[in-house]
Design a protein around this ligand. Sequence first.
Ligand code: G3H
Ligand code: 13P
Ligand code: ZN
Length: 310
Amino acid sequence: MPLVTTKAMFEKSMKEKFAIGAFNVNNMELIQGIVEAAAENNSPVILQASSSAIKYAGINYLMGMVKVAAEEHPNIPIAIHLDHGPDFETCKMCVDNGFTSVMFDGSKYDFEENIRLTKEVVDYAHSHGVVVEAELGKLAGIEDEVNVKADEAIYTDPAQAEEFVKRTGVDSLAIAIGTSHGAYKFKGEARLRFDILQEVKQRIPNTPIVLHGASTVIPELVNMCNQYGGNIPGAKGVPDEILHEASISGVSKINVDTDLRLAMTAGIRKVFVEDPSAFDPRKYLKPARELVKETVSHKIKDVFGSANKA
Ligand code: G3H
Ligand code: 13P
Ligand code: ZN
């Protein structure tokens, strides 16, 4: 199956109440681990790359690997999405290079400017058959291209979400309901504002909703990193039960990057500690890829509910 947009998979997710995992990629092992897990579970899947991931891998390498992944797994729908596109030029570059979906992240701008800039991306992308995700509200957290302090994070206003979607024509909307990027999401109990999600869904029932910053920060993976020489104390994410609740409550796309970083790191660390003489990359990347596959498989089967929805 050629790479697809997220349109059909999102429609199915809204009708049948499940979520689709969107997994961040920047190398071959991540791509292989993710699509193998999706194929074994007969699940649709979204591969996504941030602008810094694209800079790291190079857009031609990245698209080359993603196209091969789709050729190798013709029975499942695979979309390739730009994560947190910072400007029109980056979105255009991805559209022009075969991405099937792009995110324009205008959440740092004020409401009117976010609408104006998002609309420019929507017009260009739609004229090329590509779908667009936008963001309203601000998530806390730090990644290469995303840096919002906790006290600057702002929940999405449902009334604004309705106006935003009407005026931009955007295909899906990322909302802020208490998640955040990275490995340190909550100090106390993990809690998401499901009341906001419900109100957004009431106002824009046909718009697929996206949850960023949605890694579980899987305790077993954090422990494994720490057991084999890492130092990641106090890391905490969104528990599986809460993500499952989101998946059956109108969230169509759940973004996962941190859990995959932890899986790769845990797998590599274990090999180095158990065999300090190891220096063949295949020896440490193979178990890392396997852990990525197990992690994605668990999410698809036990959390998001997308198994057998291809
Ligand atoms: O939400 C952002 C993603 O985790 C990507 O992070 O910009 O470090 O690639 P990155
Ligand atoms: P995590 O840091 O929780 O994995 O979130 C990833 C994300 O939102 C990518 O856009
Ligand atoms: Zn994000």
